[in-house]
Structure formats: C-alpha cells, structure tokens
Design a binder for this molecule. Structure first.
Ligand code: FAD
Length: 519
C-alpha cells in the first residue's frame, strides 16, 4: 500500500543512514539511561553519572572535563559528546568483543516520543551502505568489527544469530553485503519503519515562519536534522578524463582497468577485479607529507589493505630506483600474494599524470607522465576514478544553506572538516537545524550516538517546553595540543589510541580518499 507523507510533522531527518536510524529510534521514545547496575570502569565518570542517569540531558562539559588527563585515555579526536556516549555504550571499546559490556539501558518512554520522518534517497535504509557508487565487491569486509556497527535495540550480533543460528566469530569484520542487509532489516525489528520514507530526495528546504518548508514534499516541520552524510557523491574526474567513464558501459573490459586513487576505495576496486584482470594503478605517493590511509592498516587486522599498500610501496620504490622489474622477492607469501599474480597483473604508477586520452570505442589509449620523465602510453579497457567522496547541501535553499555553512566552496564539496568547527561549538548549527553522523566530522557509526542523543535531547526538551534558557550543554571540544588534532586528521580515529594495539584501531574514512592523480 502506498504511504503518503503528511503535510506537517515536528521533525524531519534528511538521509536514511545509520545516524538517521539511531535518532529515529530515540525519537520513537527509546531513551538511553545510564545503568547503575553496570557501572562504568572509570570511577570519576561513574560518580558524575550517578547524579543524572538520563543520557539525553547529560551535561557533557561536566562529564568529560576529566577525560583529557584520565588514565583511561579517552579519544581526543572525536567530539566530546560522541566520545562520552561511545564510552558509556562500550566502556572497553573494540577490545571487548567477547563480553560486550555496556553501561546503557534503553528505556521506552512514549511520553518522550516526537513525531518525525526520516527521508532518504536510497532504496533501503543504511545510507551509504545501501548505495555503493564504487564498483567494488559487496563481499569486502567492513573496516569496523561487528560490534562497532550495531544500532540500538537490535544489534548486528543478534541479526547474525537470527540468520546463521550461531553467534558471529569474535573480531568479525562483516562483509558490506551483510552490514547493508542488517541496516535494511533494522527498522522493522525495532519498530521504527512507520517513520521512514525511502527512495525520496529532499529538495528546496527553506525557513518558513518558525519552522521549515520542504518544497520537494510540500511538507512543514519545526526541526530539521541533516543526516545526509559526506560520502554521497564520487569526486568527478576532470574533463580530459571524462571520456574514459564511457568504457565502463562495456560489461567485459577489453584491456586493463585503470584505477586512479590511493585510498580504501581504490584498494576495494583492485581487490574486486578478477585475478587475471590487468590493473594499472595511478596513485599519489607522498608518505611523509600525505600518506595513503592504507598505511595505517595493520597486516593482521586488515591484511588485504596492508597487501595493496605493500604493492604500492614496492612500485614507488622501484620507480625511484628506476628499476623496471618491480617487486623484490618476499620472504613469506601472504594471502593477497597468492590470490593474483601481482608481478604480471599489477602496474603501480605513483605520482603519474594522465596527459592525453584517445578513445577507440571499447578501449582508450592514455598518455602518462611521471615527473619530468618521458611520456608513455597504455591501452585501457575500464576506468575507476576513486579519489574521494563528498556530501552536498544543495538540497537546502540559499539563505538557510548560508546559515548552516557560510563557506560557499563547501556547499557541494562537504568533507569531514567542512562543518567540524561548527560542530565543535554546537551541533545545532542554526536555530532548530541539527547535524548528526558523518556530517559532524566523526564518521564512524560508533561515534554517531553522541550527536543523536544531543539532537534528540534538544528536540524533545523543546517539544515538552522544558527547554532551559541556556543550552543543556555545549559540545565544545576540550583544548588540546595541535599534535592530537593533527593525528586525528591523518585518518585514524580510535577510542583509546594509547592503550590498544594498532591492529585494534578503527579507521576513519573521512580523510581516506585523497586526490592522487596529478596533472
Ligand atoms: C566505503 C566506506 C566504508 C565505511 N566503513 C565504515 C566502517 O567499517 N565502520 C564505520 O563505523 N564507518 C564506516 N564508514 C563511515 C560512514 O560514515 C558510516 O558508516 C555511516 O555510513 C555514516 O552514517 P550517516 O548516517 O552519517 O551517513 P550516510 O551513511 O552517508 O547516509 C546519508 C544518506 O543520506 C542520503 N542523502 C543525501 N542527501 C539527501 C537528500 N537530499 N534527500 C534524501 N537523502 C539524502 C545519502 O544519499 C545517504 O544515503 C565507511 C564509509 C565509507 C564511504
């Protein structure tokens, strides 16, 4: 039966990704409460939380002010509100896949429910998990362990159990296909599907009286939540390279695939090609100033990405020493070494520019040049330009867009840093407009809970007219030395960087895709 959107609702959430789902769960009246029977291992935090167990009205400044000097080494990279909710939800972070201790109880309180709609443009819930613009296999493992991908009320572990009849193995990095299926099923399992409208693109959002008007859906609302993410659109190639995109219309490529990019998506495309497929890989190689995010991948936790990084490094070293035969013999073959004959099928071309493209129907000839060396040619039959993904605010009308983000250059070019400064100050980026999820600059799902709890707390309080005159709390980041911030911006985002082994670090893709092909 076709459902119709109402003309008026209290809150509209734009985007159907994990953050929209978490917020919808809370706005359905599910309140996160600090569980006094499962105290947090940090006695100072526990003592503070005892005074107010309602996590929707938590005083973040007060609760997190001791974090910086704490022996628990809380993340200094994510927003304090996100670190707070994350540590209360999973006090031992990723190291606790076995017990899965939590200090949060979800309590249903219909009095705190808020009428709302989630409007997303994908066919299923899951946001960027439901819609993969990169031609990469759905079997590639997520960066996070299963427990870090769970949404409230129905965990990934439970989903796995329901489908496989047993618990998932510890430290499982589930396939993208399974994560997408979990997010698709989630709304039905936790009873929030009534609020979700999919395959719908929001457009023409403007202020109207005390609220907002969504021209695309002739809909009025009091609160607007932007959960539209930073990974919606692939960065397009420059005009010279556009003819190469036509090669992808051909199902069976007639010649090597040309992959441009030095991040996870490039690695995903390479790992997804059949073993006999020739790969020509152009990437930026600047390990000291702008290292590939793949460098952070530990061999044990992320063998496939570490393997691709090794091939890139070998090719870079070989190109510097002007050796034509690329890889040096290896002591021990890893899984990735045996899955394809890299020497025969992979050509790594660091810091190489495409200076000309000639199309010949099913294949094209590209002219390449590295530094001041002589140009050379390659025939290619497929093309993957994967130098990054961006979000956009183009669904918001000019004046409101200006309120949300005064830097016009970012409007269709949103990255994790575009709204970060604002998020540091306040997640209500304009009166009654909130940002959640990756838009805040904390792109991992585990860190989405904080922003969602904050936005929900404010929206519920306003609705109940219990809004105190001053903000309930600010999301102001603690003052911290530049070095920590710089580390964060390098693409690593862990709950406890100091104590956990590198193999347990979470990888944040917000900085993962850097522009590689130089021209
Ligand atoms: C390839 C990849 C792998 C990742 N792996 C991990 C991982 O292993 N673990 C982890 O924690 N995080 C991972 N991330 C980070 C990712 O940010 C989060 O997993 C999560 O998807 C963020 O959720 P979100 O709700 O903020 O945004 P998204 O999931 O990006 O969802 C936003 C949705 O809003 C839609 N939208 C945008 N504009 C409109 C509009 N006008 N109308 C309607 N809908 C709109 C977008 O199309 C998108 O579907 C990964 C990211 C990428 C790109």
């Amino acid at each position: 039966m076709t459902r119709h959107l109402p003309r008026q609702v209290d809150t509209v959430i734009v985007g159907g990704g994990p953050s929209a789902l978490i917020l919808s769960y809370i706005l359905h009246g599910n309140v996160p409460i600090y569980d006094l029977e499962s105290p947090h291992p940090d006695p100072i935090l526990h003592a503070k939380l005892r005074d107010n167990i309602d996590l929707l009205t938590a005083n973040v400044d007060h609760l997190t002010e001791h974090f910086y000097g704490s022996r628990f080494s809380y993340s200094t990279q994510a927003l304090p509100v996100n670190v707070l909710l994350d540590t209360i939800l999973r006090p031992y972070g990723e190291t606790d896949e076995v017990e899965g201790k939590t200090c949060v109880k979800w309590v249903h309180n219909p009095a705190r429910a808020v009428p709302h709609l989630v409007i997303g443009n994908t066919k299923q819930t899951g946001g960027q998990w439901a819609d993969n613009p990169v031609k990469a296999s759905w079997d590639i493992g997520a960066l996070s362990y299963a427990g870090m991908l769970s949404l409230p009320g129905y965990s990934f572990e439970q989903y796995y159990y329901d489908h496989h009849g047993h618990r998932p193995p510890f430290y499982l990095r589930p396939a993208r296909r399974d994560v997408a299926a979990y997010f698709a099923e989630y709304p039905h399992k936790v009873g929030i599907a009534d609020a979700i409208f999919l395959d719908e693109t929001v457009n023409g959002v403007s202020r109207h009286g005390k609220g907002f008007y969504l021209a695309s859906h002739n809909l009025h609302c009091n609160h607007l939540v932007l959960a539209s993410g930073i990974f919606t659109n692939l960065v397009p190639p420059r005009p010279l390279l556009k003819p190469l995109l036509k090669l992808n219309n051909c199902k069976q490529p007639k010649g090597p695939i040309l992959v441009v990019g030095s991040g996870f998506s490039a690695a995903d495309v390479i790992l997804s090609t059949p073993p006999e497929q020739q790969v020509i890989h152009i990437y930026k190689w600047a390990p000291s100033s702008s290292p590939s995010p793949l460098r952070a991948c530990h061999q044990q936790a992320y063998p496939e990405y570490a393997g691709v990084y090794r091939k890139m490094k070998l090719a870079a070293v070989a190109s510097k020493t002007k050796q034509i035969s690329a890889p040096r013999p290896q002591r021990r073959a890893s899984e990735i070494d045996v899955c394809r004959n890299w020497e025969k099928t992979y050509e790594g071309l660091p810091n190489t520019a495409i200076i000309d493209v000639e199309s010949h129907g099913h294949y094209a000839t590209v002219t390449l040049q590295a530094g001041g060396n002589l140009p050379f040619k390659r025939d290619v039959g497929a093309f993957a330009y994967v130098v990054g993904r961006r979000g956009s605010l183009d669904y918001i009308e000019h004046d409101l867009r200006e309120e949300v983000c005064s830097d016009h250059t970012q409007w269709t070019n949103l990255t994790g840093s575009s709204l970060r400064e604002k998020a540091n100050e306040e997640l209500e980026v304009a009166p009654n407009v909130f940002i959640i999820g990756s838009l805040t600059g904390d792109s991992l799902i585990r860190f989405a809970y904080g922003g969602c709890a904050y936005a929900a707390g404010r929206i519920i309080a306003q609705r109940l007219e219990h809004m105190p005159p001053a903000p309930l709390y600010s999301t102001q980041a603690h003052a911290r030395p530049d070095t920590h911030y710089a580390l964060a911006m390098k693409g690593l985002q862990g709950h406890n960087l100091a104590l956990y082994p590198p193999s347990r670090l979470s990888l944040d893709r917000r900085k993962s895709e850097i522009c590689v092909e130089s021209s």
